[in-house]
Ligand binder design. Structure first.
Ligand code: ATP
Length: 440
């Protein structure tokens, strides 16, 4: 059986991974080998307007053949935790689903995949759950069912781990996690652990500022390296911890499209030639337009900081690949850039004033298209010399800084590190993993 949950938090607090952790802890008490692999933290469509923060949903796989009595107990314990700890409010619609492995049909797999690229409806989730005969419960309008169902069925090609360390949900206010620790992790463990500290903007990225129970999270390529690094982090006393298998840092949300196929709320990889030079608008956002016959805007918004300077160096005629999420903005469909590949830079020429062939003096323009005249001897010359400009940007891949990176975006340092989830599935023995922090 797989348990999926979503939409338990709000901007005021809580976190679906924390509630998932409470459920795992309670279920481990029912049977120490009931959960043999880490729960999954799956990021769904990052352009979802209903998301609280990172559009994350959690799924927990339970050992098969747990028997009907234990199975009922698992369901009631899990739902009690959702009811007790979820946030309440108009925008929080907690849901939990219980799906036997044999109920994961092809249609369910497709639904889960679409949850990364499209906006799905509550009705569609309910009708699919009913069709496959899955059990589900929800509070509020049922929106949480979309993520809960998707998290159970999403197949992972590439994957990473996140070790999340929590404070108690009763504790609120400013968190203490040492910035110096994050700096050391980035220095000593990158790229095996990624997105810990943004040296470009001097920002710690492991600890969220929101009033949720997460003290810090470390993302990386193996459980062991995350445990080693976490033991070096100085912070206020942690309460619990959990290890998640995730699709973070995998680019799983991006799909290759032609410009004419691009839809709002999707995340795309599109090829095009720059058809309008980059320009900066109020607020510091930088826009440019690409075309392949059809046109679309690309944007490097202000939070992408220094990445905008890379974009400003692009020019009309450059061939690029844009990576990012698509929203229908006041300017029309716009790709919010996460990465860009410059395939071919166009040559740009600047007209150089010619030198007088008679007296050697510099000549001066006498009007657009009319040519040049020597200031000293008045010799006329129609031609100027076209001088190639040295471009300030090189062909290659560029990404936004760590502080502006989406959870799903694959850091350039992870290229070539893709791994197969099914092959590595049971490498880590989760039955021996302790959620409680020693000494608590
Ligand atoms: P956090 O990351 O802090 O756990 P969140 O950002 O995941 O929070 P939620 O509070 O879970 O945000 O709200 C997201 C809501 O959107 C959930 O109800 C989820 O079921 C729903 N949802 C997720 N993906 C899609 C999608 N592709 N289409 C429609 N709804 C979606």
């Amino acid at each position: 059986m797989i348990i999926g949950l979503d939409d338990t938090d709000s901007v005021n607090g809580m976190c679906t991974t924390y509630i998932g952790t409470l459920i795992v802890e309670a279920l481990k008490d029912l049977g120490s080998d009931l959960i043999r692999e880490p729960p999954r933290l799956l990021r769904l469509n990052p352009n979802n307007p209903y998301k609280t923060r990172g559009n994350g949903a959690v799924s927990i796989r339970i050992r098969e053949n747990s028997g009907p009595r234990l199975s009922d107990k698992i369901k009631s314990v899990s739902f009690d935790i959702i009811t007790k700890y979820s946030e309440s409010g108009d925008n929080t619609n907690p849901a939990i689903v219980f799906i036997d492995d044999n109920l994961i049909t092809k249609e369910t797999l497709v639904f889960a995949k679409r949850a990364l690229h499209e906006m799905l409806s509550i009705e569609e989730a309910i009708s699919l759950l009913d069709k496959i005969g899955a059990e589900y419960k929800f509070i509020g309008n049922g929106r949480g069912l979309i993520g809960a169902l998707a998290s159970c069925a999403l197949e992972l090609d590439d994957f990473t781990y996140e070790l999340i360390v929590y404070r108690s949900h009763n504790k609120r206010g400013k968190k203490f996690v040492s910035e110096e620790s994050a700096i050391q992790i980035e220095k000593n463990y990158s790229p095996r652990i990624f997105s810990s500290y943004d040296f470009e903007n001097n920002r710690m990225v492991i600890s969220p500022h929101s009033d949720c129970p997460i003290l810090y999270g470390l993302r990386g390529e193996s459980p062991e390296i995350l445990f080693e690094a976490a033991s070096q982090i100085k912070s206020e006393p942690p309460f619990k911890r959990n290890l998640f298998v995730t699709n973070q840092g995998t680019d799983m949300h991006l799909e290759e499209k032609m410009i004419e196929e691009v839809l709002p709320f999707s995340s795309v990889i599109v090829n095009g030639v720059i058809s309008k030079d980059p320009y900066t608008v109020l607020g510091g956002h930088v826009f440019f337009e690409i075309s392949n016959g059809k046109k679309i805007l690309c944007a490097a918004y202000e939070p992408t900081k220094g990445f905008r300077n890379i974009i400003r160096n692009l020019s009309k005629g450059d061939q690029i690949v844009a990576y990012g999420g698509v929203l229908d903005t006041e300017y029309g469909l716009t790709i919010n850039l996460e990465k860009i590949e410059v395939l071919k830079l166009t040559e740009i020429f600047k007209n150089k004033k010619p030198v007088c062939p008679i007296c050697g003096n510099q000549m001066k323009s006498i009007g657009k298209g009319k040519g040049y005249r020597c200031k000293k001897c008045h010799t006329k010359n129609k031609d100027s010399l076209a001088e190639p400009i040295q471009r300030e940007i090189k062909e290659g891949l560029y990404e936004v800084p760590i502080c502006a990176k989406r959870h799903l975006s694959k850091p350039l340092l992870r290229y070539g590190r893709e791994r197969n989830f099914e092959e590595e599935r049971f490498k880590f023995d989760y039955t021996k993993f302790d959620i409680k922090f020693e000494g608590i």
